[in-house]
Design a protein around this ligand. Structure first.
Ligand SMILES: Cc1cc2nc3c(=O)[nH]c(=O)nc-3n(C[C@H](O)[C@H](O)[C@H](O)COP(=O)(O)OP(=O)(O)OC[C@H]3O[C@@H](n4cnc5c(N)ncnc54)[C@H](O)[C@@H]3O)c2cc1C
Length: 412
């Protein structure tokens, strides 16, 4: 058997899982090469705790090489272009040849896409942004906080709701009384992909935490000087502190290569994550995965962008590639199962889980708020950031047992 090279672009959630799983499954004669532009990996779900002051920056970052299984070759460089016919990728460090390519480059944030937004808004969608927002919340003297989902799609359907609830809770804990927290979104309800019942349950959670929810608000412009938000077809809204989920777009090199649809995301087979190019897979936030159900009669629903999906897809892609190389069968398919913990503050969280490939529409449930879900999220964070070794194995064991006891899926 000739040694193969599997090249993975992007060492975030999906890229790291794919690299580590491939290294676990394939003998050393096969090279696993991971290209990542940032030496420091920051765990995005913990940005919310960075914002609230519950985590210090160094607690949620790791050198990406520590998180890669021994034997994964990590190249710290930016991928600049992909040469599909010749199976090569040009990076800022070197040109890399591959037999199989996995693209896990995530989504780019584009705050400049909405006039006035970049200069006026805070965000907890980046590591630096969450740290700056933590300081702004400490200094905030009271007034109206507007949390705005500025465009669709965005990653982690739960995060804007969690962010708004945690901001309300943080300001309450500071003893501020004169605070109103509002959440604006172009969507018709919270987490629309999960159906109306779940949307109502999340609305109740928001209400319970003192967050006013405003659906069907499409942001068009921000006037930073006068602190005003303009929404399509609606009156302007005044704010004192603006927190935005910036517009997202697909990575430049994929758009330039024509690997994306009109919206800028990569269409893939929803079960195998294969692109239309032989030996090229895409997974995680870069993808556009159609799922059963419709937004409107002519608009199909898409799988939300979330780490839990990037993770599970990466395992499937790795197993399929390894099975093909080793000649051991098909390696499995991605079933569309996912979950998320919705942090509300005070160590409380809700838990939404379900089957996003269910016909005729996704089946998603929300379990009642409790501390279990919060501590489950903490456990996952600790596992994700632990280097390979006994501590990581013990955390994995604890989560597997916990999942069995609670009768819920655990993706590790
Ligand atoms: C505040 C917040 C909270 C969240 N909470 C949750 C949660 O609770 N549960 C959940 O499931 N999801 C959550 N998510 C979403 C989750 O983080 C993403 O969906 C997930 O990271 C997607 O994984 P990915 O591998 O597709 O992309 P990423 O993890 O974003 O990885 C992409 C990687 O590619 C690298 N890269 C990009 N371009 C290049 C290039 N040209 N060359 C080299 N490297 C490059 C990037 O540096 C990055 O490391 C949250 C996101 C945010 C922002």
């Amino acid at each position: 058997m000739n040694g193969k090279t599997i090249l993975i672009l992007g060492g975030g959630i999906g890229g790291l899982v794919a690299a580590n799983e491939l290294r676990r499954l394939l003998p050393r004669e096969h090279r696993i090469v991971l290209v990542e532009k940032n030496a420091q990996h920051a765990f995005a779900p913990s940005f919310l705790w960075l914002m609230t002051g519950d985590r210090r920056p160094e607690q949620i970052t790791r050198d990406v090489r520590q998180l890669a299984r021994p034997g994964v070759e990590v190249v710290l460089a930016e991928a600049q272009s992909i040469d599909l016919p010749n199976r090569r990728v040009v990076t800022t460090a070197q040109t890399l040849a591959y037999d199989t390519l996995i693209i896990a480059l995530g989504a780019e944030l584009a705050p400049e896409a909405i006039p006035g937004l970049a200069a006026a808004a805070h965000t907890f969608y980046t590591f630096d942004g969450a740290a700056r927002l933590r300081d702004a919340l400490r200094e905030f003297g009271g007034g109206t906080v507007a949390v705005v989902v500025s465009a669709l799609p965005y990653k982690c359907p739960g995060a804007p709701h969690e962010g708004a609830m945690l901001i309300a809770n943080t300001l309450r804990q500071r003893g501020l009384r004169n605070v109103d927290v509002h959440l604006f979104t172009p969507e018709a309800q919270p987490m629309p992909v999960a159906g109306p019942a779940l949307g109502d349950a999340v609305k109740q959670m928001l209400e319970g935490q003192g967050v006013a929810f405003h659906p069907l608000h499409k942001l068009t412009q921000v006037a930073g000087a006068t602190h005003e938000l303009s929404f399509e077809g609606r009156d302007t809204v005044k704010y004192d502190l603006l927190v935005a989920i910036p517009p997202h777009r697909g990575p430049r090199i994929m758009r330039e290569l024509g690997l994306t649809n009109e919206a800028g995301w990569a269409p893939v087979d929803r079960h195998t994550l294969a692109t239309k190019h032989e030996n090229v897979f895409a997974l995680g936030d870069v993808t556009a995965v159609s799922i059963p159900g419709r937004w409107k009669p002519d608009v199909p629903m898409l799988l939300p962008k979330a780490g839990v999906f990037a993770h599970a897809q990466a395992e499937v892609v790795a197993r399929r590639i390894a099975a093909e190389i080793m000649g051991t069968g098909a390696g499995g398919t991605f079933p569309g199962i996912g979950y998320c913990m919705l942090e509300a503050g005070e160590s409380l969280a809700g838990y939404a889980f379900g089957d996003f490939y269910a016909e005729p529409a996704p089946q998603v449930q929300l379990r009642r708020m409790g501390k279990t879900w919060h501590w489950g999220k903490v456990l996952f964070e600790q596992w994700w950031l632990a280097p390979f070794g006994p501590r990581r194995a013990a955390l994995q064991w604890a989560m597997t047992l916990g999942g069995k006891a609670l009768g819920i899926p655990v993706i590790l």
